[in-house]
Design a protein around this ligand. Sequence first.
Ligand code: FAD
Length: 387
Amino acid sequence: MTSVDELFAIEGLLAGEELDVRATARAFADRELRPHIAEWYDAGTLPVREVAREFGSLGLLGMHLDGYGCAGTSATAYGLACHEIEAVDSGLRSLMSVQGSLAMHAIHAYGSDEQKQQWLRGMAAGELIGCFGLTEPDFGSNPGGMRTRARRDGKDWILDGTKMWITNGTVADVAVVWARTDDGGRGFLVPAGTPGLEARVMRRKLSLRASVTAELSFDGVRLPAEALLPGARGLRAPLGCLGEARFGIVFGSMGAARTCLETAIEYAKARVVFDKPIAGYQLTQAKIADGAVEYGKGMLLALHLGRLKDSGQITPEQVSAGKLNNTREALAIARECRTILGANGITLEYPVMRHAANLETVITYEGTSEVHQLVLGQALTGENAFR
Ligand code: FAD
């Protein structure tokens, strides 16, 4: 029998470091993450520090950044690692994305030498945790409307406002916070424990339960001049970080889809209904075949974008197309696979419904599907339909 990867000869498109990273991440995920994930998901939490240290020891955090203890791999290798980790759970890949692509990338791309020296090595090792605060209660798709404000007081800055839906917000050692300023918008590094900063866990999530999500409030938080990210001006800076994380999601979401397909195929072969395994019924095969075709197309798109990124040619619109397609198709695959598992499909005994629930977050964060449609619509028509 052919696996979903073999159907599209995916392995033949990978080389050297890419195959090594994929194999290492897959073995680690099977050994250390998969046995625990249902329990973490059920409990609605994640041992962030332990998992981050394990990610760090494998070089998965900020892995395609250079220097400061980062692994310096290709972007494609990073994508393949996201694929393997999200094949276990989107919450685990979110930890990788937020730490590496959002918080570390912000410091790496826009930080001073001192800031890089202070934070990046510990973050790459998973000893220090970062979070990324852009979204606010009233501003998600439109971060340009943000109300969080930073004003000067002598050489210091005073930060006021609220950020919501911040992954790892309560466990982070440092928050990368984006705020409105007199000269537009700037980014700040706010260490945990700074007076006036409060972090509260957001509970009762039905998606991405194996991930810590928080609300951060800043009440007259006084920051020294050195807290400012000197290279970040306006919205281009946080949007640049989001582009990095979205790239990982293009690969990662297909990891979730792969697990759903593999689980559904195994289940269909074993489950006998009307005296025959359901794998032998045409309707079941149609679901599996259609899902595998979308998976293969998604992987080919991801690898194509990986090659474009590694050659320095990728555009934000191309990343939007990948994020839109692969998250949308992964969710459709997860839902269809869930039907193959019947009643068993709604439990945590199988990973499929957990992935389907997670993917509701994945189509929402890092730009909703609608926002990516608008990005592509604008690129293709020249008309701005955002407002
Ligand atoms: P809204 O912006 O209110 O959108 C609601 C709906 O309106 C959506 O369907 C949207 O597509 C649609 N819509 C919006 N504008 C338009 C338009 N012009 N035309 C048509 N439709 C439109 N944020 C962070 O900063 N850091 C994090 O670490 C982080 N982690 C997250 C973790 C989780 C589990 C979740 C769920 C979210 C996280 N987010 C984070 C926030 C996430 O990025 C936002 O939820 C997302 O940007 C959407 O914003 P919103 O929820 O305010 O939706």
